[in-house]
Design a protein around this ligand. Structure first.
Ligand code: AMP
Ligand code: ZN
Ligand code: FE
Ligand code: FE
Length: 292
């Protein structure tokens, strides 16, 4: 007689709240995770811990395991770009928070350039509208796109990026970012584990392979790699799992849930078949404890 397989115990270690560019508040994220029966969640807003305290309190009240996190956009030498996740800050987050103030100021200056350029292009909008659209402290291009849709300048956010906001388009302006090395060391100074986000979306530096990049990051103190991700094919996931084994990295995973901002991505299951085993959360916390 065969016993039916126990349902897999799952978590989601990558999601965004209204503190950055998600459309759900921290407490709505907890409610959604509880409804889905997830066993652990991490909040990974862009450049801010603004939603962490509220989500931590709400998770505790619901008996849901919670891991504080962040997602940084960092640059590699020679034109590469990646997203760096940070988790489990065992020494407090103030060092990183201080450095983020500078990055946020750079973001503000960039945002004002975008407003001016859009107005020059005949798309009248005010920064106050964009601020109201965002609600939180991190204002980014997705919020511009939403205002442009609301004003009827474009039919959907994608069109706003394709015509105006994407790199190389008329209203694109760069902003200051951490280097990958800075991102990793700031996360580690706070006792956190640095994790390479969605490796399938990274921009490789000229002349380098993914193996070159991951080896370099591992040498710099990278602790993990996001193998399970909404947009990864099974082949990609296997490739990244092999990198994790080769370089001794913790395996993590998450949906990158943004609520209504990315309506095709659902918490916990991504486009439908994502499953992030709970041991990802265990290993992440074990790695942080080991470093502490
Ligand atoms: P920001 O941090 O303000 O520069 O905005 C970055 C965010 O904009 C990313 O996290 C994406 O969600 C979104 N984004 C960037 N490039 C594109 C693009 N070409 N199409 C759609 N969304 C994009
Ligand atoms: Zn986002
Ligand atoms: Fe990302
Ligand atoms: Fe993300």
């Amino acid at each position: 007689m065969t016993t039916p397989a126990a349902p897999e115990i799952c978590c989601d270690l990558h999601m965004h709240s209204t503190a950055s560019d998600g459309t759900c508040s921290p407490s709505e994220l907890v409610a959604e995770a509880m409804a889905l029966g997830l066993q652990a969640v991490a909040l990974t807003d862009h450049d801010t811990f603004g939603g962490v305290a509220a989500m931590e309190a709400e998770a505790r009240a619901n008996g849901l395991r919670f891991i504080p996190g962040i997602e940084l956009s960092v640059e590699l030498a020679d034109g590469g770009g990646i997203h760096m996740l940070g988790y489990c800050f065992t020494r407090g987050r103030d060092i990183l928070e201080r450095e983020l103030e500078r990055i946020i100021a750079g973001r503000e200056a960039r945002n004002r350039q975008i407003v001016t350029r859009l107005c020059e292009l005949g798309l009248e909008l005010t920064y106050d509208e964009v601020l109201a659209q965002a609600g939180g402290k991190i204002i980014g291009r997705p919020h511009f796109a939403a205002v442009m849709v609301r004003r009827g300048y474009v039919a959907e956010p994608r069109e706003a990026f394709d015509k105006y906001l994407a790199k190389g388009k008329a209203a694109y302006f760069d902003r200051e970012r951490f280097t990958a090395e800075q991102g990793i060391s700031l996360i580690r100074e706070c006792g956190g584990v640095a994790v390479l986000a969605h490796p399938s979306l990274l921009t490789l530096p000229a002349g380098q392979t993914l193996d070159d990049v991951i080896r370099h990051l591992a040498d710099c103190g990278l602790g993990g790699i996001e193998c399970y991700y909404s947009l990864h094919t099974p082949e990609q996931t296997n490739t990244y799992l092999a990198f994790a084994r080769r370089y001794g990295l913790v395996v993590t995973g998450g949906s990158d849930y943004h609520g209504g901002r990315k309506p095709d991505i659902r918490m916990g299951c991504g486009k439908g078949d994502l499953r992030v085993p709970l041991r990802c959360a265990d290993e992440l916390e074990a790695r942080a404890a080991q470093a502490a």
